[in-house]
Design a protein around this ligand. Structure first.
Ligand SMILES: [Zn+2]
Length: 72
C-alpha cells in the first residue's frame, strides 16, 4: 500500500509504502531531506513532528530490529 505524504516544509509530495494501515515512525523528505516522525492511521496521515538526525538514526535502528524479529 502506497500513500502520498506532503512535506510540511517544502510542500513536495512523496510516496511512502506501508506494510500496515497504520504507522508511527521516521520519514525523510526526498527533496529537502527534512526528517519527521509521522503517524498514520487507517491509511491517513495524522501528524507530523520534526525529528533530529540523531533521533532519526535511533528510530531506524529500532525499525531494523523489529524487522529482524519478525523473521523468527
Ligand atoms: Zn521537504
Amino acid at each position: 500500500m502506497m500513500i502520498k505524504i506532503k512535506c510540511p516544509k517544502c510542500n513536495s509530495e512523496g510516496s511512502f509504502s506501508l506494510a500496515n494501515s497504520s504507522y508511527n515512525g521516521p520519514y525523510k523528505c526526498w527533496k529537502c531531506r527534512e526528517l519527521f516522525t509521522i503517524k498514520i492511521e487507517n491509511n491517513e496521515l495524522k501528524s507530523f513532528e520534526p525529528l533530529s538526525q540523531e533521533e532519526f538514526d535511533r528510530q531506524q535502528e529500532v525499525e531494523a530490529l523489529k524487522a529482524r524479529f519478525k523473521q523468527h
